[in-house]
Structures are given as C-alpha cells and as structure tokens.
Design a protein around this ligand. Structure first.
Ligand SMILES: C[S@@+](CC[C@H](N)C(=O)[O-])C[C@H]1O[C@@H](n2cnc3c(N)ncnc32)[C@H](O)[C@@H]1O
Length: 270
C-alpha cells in the first residue's frame, strides 16, 4: 500500500488499495467521481480531500453515520444516494469522470454479529446487505438439495458441496437452521477441519452471501452501468476480493470475452 492519508486514521474500516485507487482515478482535482460502494467512506473521504466531488452509493442503511460525517465535512462536494450500484447510471444522471467499485463485504458488516455474515460470531443467519429480500436462512432452509449444492460449488468453489447440502437437508428436517454458528458447526462436523486450514465453513458462507446479495449480477450490471455513465476519457477502478469477482472484472475489460466492444477506458490491472 502507498502512503497513508489522514482519512485512513479517522475511519473504522481501513480502505484497501487506497493509494492505487487514487492513482487510477487521476486527475482528481475538480473531477466528478462516483463511489459505488461507500462503506465507511474511506475512498470517498480521500477523493474529497484530493479535490474531487463525490457522489456515493451504498445499499446498506447502516452506513448512515459515515454519510453524516462526510456531509458535514464536505457540504458542497459530497452527495449520498441510497441504492444499488447495478443501477448507478439511473441513480446518477450527469456523466462523471470516474467510478470506483470496491466489491464485497465491509469489515463493519462482518464484525456486526446481528448481520449474520460471520461464522465466527453467533447471530441470525441473515447476510442481507440491504436488509431486504431472502436471507441466508431462507435459502438454507428452503432450497432443494441439488440447488443448494450447486450454489455452494458455483459461488464458493466448495468441492464438498454435495456432502454439505446433504447434511443441511438432513439437519433442517429435525429443526430449522437459523443461526451462523449452527450452520458453521454442522459444516465442520460434516467435512472436518484440518489444523492450519481456513475454517471449513469459509467457502459456504461466501457462497451464501454472494447468492443472498446477488453479488455477481450486481457486479456485471454495475460494470456496464459505469461504462454508460462515464464521460469520454473517464476512468473505472474496480477492487475485487476473490478470484470469481476478479474473473468477472477482467473479462469485462476484454472485449473479445464479452466486455464492451469499443471501451473508451483503458483497462489496467494492478
Ligand atoms: C468493501 S466495502 C467498501 C468500503 C469502502 N471502500 C471504504 O473505504 O470504506 C463494500 C460496501 O459496498 C456496499 N455494497 C456491496 N454491494 C453493493 C451494491 N450492489 N450496491 C451498493 N452498495 C453495495 C456494501 O454494503 C459495503 O458497504
């Protein structure tokens, strides 16, 4: 990571690849930038400090305190819109000079036991970023065994997906699976745990979170929406966390693999 900005110290969430994102979106002074994944506002604050005006988007209502802080500090150059970045070209109507998407879950979401994102914290099996729609418990307790296995394999690359799905269906026949630790313990019992390896529920929890929040649909639509919203010469910076997201983003920047036929934006992988 590059140099630390003051903004990183005042934020509870340390923004990843901040220096790289700022460099990718240059020049920033006077630029109009969309931060499609506001979170704790680490990127937004740094962009505002660099002289850009920022329109921030997030679908999680719990970001409100961070929005209030930035609105107070930058009343003229900061605006927040609640919504999904898949629709960012409908939420923002005037062309912009840059868009940044920091894909995935925030550390605040993971740390809050009541949100149900973490298998390490006892909480309801929820995982909804927006608080709307089906929860992870809804999926785990209602999907057909084969559907559940496919979901765990496709979104979590879980090679033991069939054994886990079978155990889930047997367990929920006795009582519904409603908490994070209930599911984590069941997975551990089913596929075991090797010393030094990640927790055996890691991949299943990732898969459920992606499904609950339609994260891949959001990413694909968000990339094309960004392309439509960006002005001539505008920049798009995408920060991905795992290989599945990474593949979608890289593919977007390669026209022969389904990305924009004549992208006006230079693809760069950092
Ligand atoms: C990794 S965090 C972003 C952290 C942020 N860059 C910062 O510096 O604090 C991802 C954020 O994006 C939000 N998010 C994820 N998918 C979204 C979507 N499709 N539309 C809008 N917000 C989304 C999450 O609610 C979360 O707050």
């Amino acid at each position: 990571m590059g140099k630390t900005l003051a903004s990183e110290q005042s934020s509870p969430h340390v923004p990843v690849l901040l220096a790289e994102v700022l460099a990718a979106l240059q020049p920033l002074s006077g630029a109009r930038i969309v931060d499609g994944t506001f979170g704790a506002g680490g990127y937004s604050r740094a962009l505002l400090e660099a002289g850009a005006s920022v329109i921030a988007i997030d679908r999680d209502p719990s970001v409100a305190p961070h929005v209030e802080r930035l609105s107070a500090d930058f009343p003229k150059t900061f605006e927040f819109i609640a919504g999904e970045f898949a629709a960012l070209d409908q939420l923002v109507t005037q062309p912009v000079d840059g868009v940044v998407l920091d894909i995935g879950v925030s550390s605040m979401q993971l740390d809050e036991a009541d949100r149900g994102f973490s298998f390490m914290r006892e909480g309801p099996l929820d995982m909804r970023m927006s608080g709307e729609g089906d929860s992870a418990a809804d999926l785990v307790n209602t999907l057909e065994e084969a559907e559940l296995a496919n979901l765990l394999f496709a979104y979590g690359e879980e090679r033991k997906s069939r054994r886990i799905a079978h155990a889930v269906v047997a367990a929920r026949g006795i009582e519904p699976i409603t908490t994070t630790t209930q599911l984590a313990r069941l997975i551990e019992k089913t596929i075991g745990r090797k010393p030094g390896d990640n927790h055996p529920a890691t991949r299943s929890f990732q898969a459920l979170r992606i499904a609950v929040n339609a994260e891949f649909d959001q990413l694909v639509e968000g990339l094309f929406a960004s392309e439509r919203l960006l002005d001539e010469g505008g920049r798009l910076a995408v920060v991905t966390f795992h290989s599945l997201e990474d593949r979608i983003a890289k593919r977007f920047f390669e026209p022969e693999k389904g990305g924009p036929a004549q992208s006006r934006h230079l693809p760069q992988t950092v």
